[in-house]
Design a binder for this molecule. Structure first.
Ligand SMILES: NC(=O)C1=CN([C@@H]2O[C@H](COP(=O)(O)OP(=O)(O)OC[C@H]3O[C@@H](n4cnc5c(N)ncnc54)[C@H](O)[C@@H]3O)[C@@H](O)[C@H]2O)C=CC1
Ligand SMILES: O=C(O)/C=C/C=C(\O)C(=O)O
Length: 496
């Protein structure tokens, strides 16, 4: 008898929740001969063996998305919106499952997933369903001819998403792409692949037709690369790092596929002497959220020199009160980082900065008591603008502090990196706020607040922080072929 090839695992149970670890293609679960191992950042435990897709799976998923496209594009808007709301209902019913699986998979806080993130996932579907029904451009007249603008579905979309907020960031893309009448192939990050699979179940239960949403699991260089290189793809939307964005943009260029890139940041928090200093400290400490793995994080704290000492004193006290530990515990403020490679990368940045003469006034290394992937919240002072630690995205709980004397200097420091995703300023002077915000290069500026997010607002970055904007009509502009139809007035020939 010939030896049977070993059968790849097809499912896992994570904290009591069953997750299918195969791809979801054309409305069916599809295995791959090979798998990759998904590990929890909480304790290094193996969570699942997940299907490792490549060119065959990418081709099959794009073919399924192409086949499903005409019918979904022709589905009345109201029906598409109804199904998206049904997906939101399904997400709401499974908030607990999604939250627990996501926390085990990427190490972010369980309480945030329960109370904030998963409800936002449901909202992503509701918001874009409702926006679709309101989407219109007033007709306008050109010498008696009527211009009518419409947003036509573009075709199969490939969505490549990261691990820091896996389902939240994926559904920012999935929801508008589907609402617009497109079909989707989603490739979640290999470090956090599981909730995308649960989303496929939820969407199927909600009545989304086969092939409209496909999920291909696997590595970026394999499944991801095959998807973004595919000539039948009409849109590519990516959130992640700059180097990967370059690969994706190059692959997209070969097929002239439009691409939306939401990349990293090195955002500033400007603290002026006239600010409410306690508020400024709160805003600064907030930057440790998700263990610093947030593209928007204001990791460069710029403080007016006259209040820098007091700010640092209060910040140090507040940072010392943060609880680091198991992200499943309600009292935890900061959990682990995602992966040993990420921890190594974070510590490399810190070690090089310390070697160059920076001082760690808070933290400065991995948490030796907790071990594993826990990195102590860190604040580095004595850094210079052209140092790597000030210029490059660390994506860990590491902040730097620099001082300035004048508004001009503050703006120059704030704008002095290749990024331009966000900026936060703390000031008690509303005229200053207006002046400074106008000069900042950033897709989002927050004044005396942070992370106030609204899907009606444009979201995205300038410079190397990305290309394009997501949210509201901006999402539909990207996922659609925007068309202008010009109709002549009745009987126009009679008028000569
Ligand atoms: N939202 C953000 O701004 C994010 C920024 N980052 C930054 O990137 C750094 C490295 O993190 P990584 O996990 O390596 O991010 P990454 O950008 O490589 O991964 C994000 C996604 O891209 C996919 N991917 C990778 N190579 C690909 C390719 N050639 N073609 C198509 N898809 C591909 C991955 O499979 C994943 O789904 C972080 O330290 C952080 O600085 C990472 C994740 C999110
Ligand atoms: O939650 C939001 O509104 C935005 C989150 C964005 C990131 O965390 C990211 O892309 O890294």
């Amino acid at each position: 008898m010939p030896e049977q090839p070993p059968t790849a695992p097809t499912a896992a149970v994570v904290a009591g929740v069953a997750v299918d670890t195969r791809h979801w293609i054309g409305g069916e679960r599809v295995p791959s001969a090979q798998t990759f191992t998904d590990v929890s950042p909480i304790d290094g435990r193996t969570l699942a063996e997940v299907a490792r897709g490549g060119t065959d799976e990418a081709d099959a998923a794009v073919a399924a998305a192409r086949e499903a496209f005409p019918a979904w594009a022709a589905t009345p808007r109201t029906e598409r919106a109804r199904i998206l709301h049904a997906i939101a209902d399904g997400v709401e019913k499974r908030v607990e499952d999604l939250a627990i699986v996501e926390t085990h998979d990427n190490g972010a806080l369980l309480r945030s997933h329960r109370r904030g993130v998963m409800p936002r996932v449901a909202h992503n579907f509701r918001f874009f369903a409702d926006w679709l029904l309101k989407l219109e451009h007033e007709d306008f007249d050109t010498r008696g001819h009527t211009n009518h603008v419409s947003w036509d579905p573009a075709g199969p979309c490939v969505l490549i998403t990261p691990w820091n907020a896996p389902l939240m960031l994926a559904t920012w893309k999935v929801a508008p792409a589907l609402a617009a009448g497109n079909t989707v192939v989603l490739k979640p990050a290999e470090w956090s692949p599981l909730t995308a699979s649960l989303l496929a179940d939820i969407a199927a239960e909600a009545g989304l037709p086969a092939g409209v949403l496909n999920v291909v699991q696997g590595y970026g260089a394999e499944a991801g690369n095959a998807l973004v290189s595919h000539p039948d793809v009409r849109r590519i939307s990516f959130t992640g790092s700059v180097p990967t964005a370059r690969h994706i943009a190059a692959a997209a260029a070969a097929n002239l596929t439009p691409v939306s890139l939401e990349l990293g940041g090195k955002s500033p928090l400007l603290v002026f002497a006239d600010a409410d200093l306690d508020l400024a400290v709160d805003l600064a400490v907030e930057q440790y959220d998700n263990a610093g793995q947030v593209c928007l994080a204001a990791t460069r704290i710029l403080v007016e020199a006259s209040v820098a000492e007091e700010f640092t004193r209060r910040f140090t006290r507040r940072a010392a009160a943060l609880t680091q530990g198991d992200p499943r515990a309600d009292g935890t403020d900061i959990g682990p980082n995602i992966h040993p490679r990420q921890l190594e990368k974070i510590h490399g940045f810190v070690e090089r900065a310390l070697g160059a003469g920076a001082q760690a006034v808070v933290g400065g290394g991995p948490d030796t008591e907790l071990g594993g992937l826990y990195y102590r919240p860190t604040l580095l002072t004595g850094v210079e603008q052209d140092w790597e630690i000030v210029q490059e995205e660390v994506f860990g709980p590491v902040l730097t502090l620099q001082t300035f004397d004048t508004e001009d200097e503050a703006v120059a420091l704030a704008n002095g990196t290749r990024f331009g995703l966000a900026a936060t300023l703390a000031t008690g002077d509303s005229e200053r706020a207006e002046r400074v915000r106008a000069r900042l290069v950033a897709g989002t500026v927050w004044v005396n607040c942070f992370f106030v997010r609204d899907l009606r607002a444009p979201f995205g970055g300038s410079r190397h922080s990305g290309i394009g904007r997501e949210g509201g009509t901006w999402s539909f502009d990207f996922y659609c072929d925007v068309k202008n139809a010009v109709t002549a007035p009745k009987g126009w020939r009679d008028h000569g």
